[in-house]
Design a binder for this molecule. Structure first.
Ligand SMILES: *Cc1c(COP(=O)(O)O)cnc(C)c1O
Length: 235
């Protein structure tokens, strides 16, 4: 087995063990930013379907690569970076197999996406990104404002399917046991479910990366975004 497929299977096995313990189903998004399409194709052939990128240019290029188009027809792309409004049309019209934008953090962004999708008669999965660490420079909507964003999307954005919540978390938490970002996202889901009478299982939580995906699953993550542990370190 190739090194990448080996890495993938090790992580899938861990995900399986951990998710069985708390009876959740967990999706792995392989974050392929900066990595070549050959790596993506190798993992696709090993069974991985979900891949994530954080720059629109790179996502556009990779998703239109000839080998990807011909060999990976069932690939599902997630966008996990900050989405600038001048890139909205590009991501919505030039990325085949775009499955989800995980980083919706303002009413304005939601409206712009919705208008564009409406013109194309398309719908799109999204997550609301929450700034759980209150760091000024970080993207994501503040915790106190996320319910009104959800309400706005629910009432006005007919083309957007909000599947749940996402956080990147504080970079200070890397290699520490600090779970406060996870706990903030869990608390937000509780508020959302209380307000709309949703079951907890109806709302996805995208949290956990290479260094903390196991802890994230233990506390209830349903989508983990793992890059370097699969592909190797980025340069
Ligand atoms: C890069 C990135 C990841 C993956 O990070 P690793 O530490 O390499 O697993 C996850 N989520 C987002 C939003 C990223 O930009």
């Amino acid at each position: 087995m190739s090194k990448l497929a080996d890495n993938l299977n090790t992580i899938l096995q861990r995900i399986k063990e951990l998710s069985e313990l708390n009876q959740t189903s967990v999706r792995l998004i392989a974050i392929s930013k900066t990595k070549p399409v050959e790596d993506i194709i190798e993992l696709y052939h090993a069974g991985q379907r979900y891949f994530g990128e954080n720059y629109v240019d790179e996502l556009e290029k990779k998703s239109n690569d000839n080998l990807i188009l011909t060999q990976c027809s069932d690939i599902r792309w997630h966008f996990v970076g900050h989405l600038q409004s001048n890139k909205i049309n590009r991501i919505l019209t030039r990325v085949p197999n775009l499955d989800c934008i995980q980083t919706i953090d303002s009413i304005e962004l939601a409206d712009r996406l919705n208008n564009n999708l409406q013109k194309q008669s398309k719908i799109l999965n999204i997550l609301i990104q929450i700034n759980t660490s209150n760091e000024q420079q970080k993207s994501g909507i503040e915790q106190k404002d996320f319910l009104s964003l959800y309400e706005h999307i629910k009432l006005n954005c007919t083309q957007l399917i909000c599947q749940g919540l996402m956080t990147i978390g504080s970079l200070d938490n890397v290699n520490t046991e600090d779970e406060s970002d996870f706990q903030v996202l869990i608390q937000c889901r509780k508020e959302l479910c209380d307000k709309y009478n949703f079951s907890i299982n109806d709302i996805e939580l995208s949290m956990g990366m290479s260094n903390d995906y196991e802890r994230a699953i233990q506390v209830g993550s349903t989508i983990v975004r793992v890059g370097s542990l699969i592909f190797g370190v980025r340069h």
